[in-house]
Ligand binder design. Sequence first.
Ligand SMILES: [Fe+2]
Ligand SMILES: [Fe+2]
Length: 189
Amino acid sequence: MQKDKAFETVKQQLTTKRYEHTVRVTETAVQLARHYRLDVTKVELAAILHDYAKYRDPEEMKRWIIMEKLPHDLLEYNEELWHGPVGSKMIERELGVDDPEIQSAIYWHTTGKRHMNLMDKVIYIADYIEPGRSFPGVEEVRQVVYEDIDKACWMAARNTIRFLMSKNQPVYPDTFQLYNEKLGRNMNA
Ligand SMILES: [Fe+2]
Ligand SMILES: [Fe+2]
């Protein structure tokens, strides 16, 4: 799928605000892809499509989780977490995008996980640091991302866990695993 067609497609699926977020995530992801010598076209398409499922009806997403045999424990967590895994399947079935790397990056963009590949990391962190974000601690993450993307992902997971815990919200286990995976060398960060 070409870039222009992809933008056009997601524009119809998203609110104006979320579409603008998508444009910024794409710009950020492309810069990171160039820096880390990834396939820019592929990363760009993953970024454009990353929130494709964001505004689908939760009941519809629930059906996809069951139908596509996605982990059923997702249903015990906030609906916010569903659009990544569901989106990774929807882009294949509805748009014919069946690239496993693109699908993996979209699948994990909200929770992160341990053993992410470089493209997973780029989409995860681009979504977290795009210029419209103002989470506490995001500036620190922006400062390290071009030197150490693993540290940036770890910091993003740590900040997300802190935020969710401060609100007494559940944390998806894969986010904890991302945090734990890199804890050893970031103990003093
Ligand atoms: Fe998202
Ligand atoms: Fe997003």
